[in-house]
Design a protein around this ligand. Sequence first.
Ligand SMILES: [Zn+2]
Ligand SMILES: [Zn+2]
Length: 189
Amino acid sequence: MKCPVCSDSSLHITSLESRLNASCCSDCQGQWISANDYWTWLKHHGETLPEKEPDELPIQADDVQRAKLCPECKRIMLRYKVGHSLDFRLDQCGSCNGVWFDANEWEALKQRNLHDEVHLIFSAPWQSQVRKDEARKLLEAIYTEAFSDDYGKIKEIKSWIENHPEQEKILNYLSNEDPYEIGASNSAN
Ligand SMILES: [Zn+2]
Ligand SMILES: [Zn+2]
């Protein structure tokens, strides 16, 4: 098998974990795990490890950001964002389901205990959560910019109103330009 990144280099088998072999490129340090090898390893791996918080010194993955061809079936692999504060994508072949890890991607996943959930990263619920988290981060940045020093106070007020039993009355009062003027609809009769 040839490396999908370096194309001239051949992949050689290495032991990635106990009971898990990968095909590794000595030039770019990328790793290929076949679907069969992954699932066999996962079966012996036991319970899914609880996800760890981002490390103070996160392992930097070397994401190669272009599309690559599957080393086994030569089809274009799809790229999936990992999310969970990990800023890289994994390449998966939709035909043979093998996965390509650029240098240190496996290690970065393992640091967070996400290496035993790789199969879930390609699922619709995982990808939908990644998009939600991204939108949230973007809006958080927009509000921080728009409200600057008042943002903390605004969030506090919002949460106070949301948890108040008279929420609706408070909102009416706040949105009324002059809550002490009897409206035209009231005085018409
Ligand atoms: Zn390579
Ligand atoms: Zn393939």
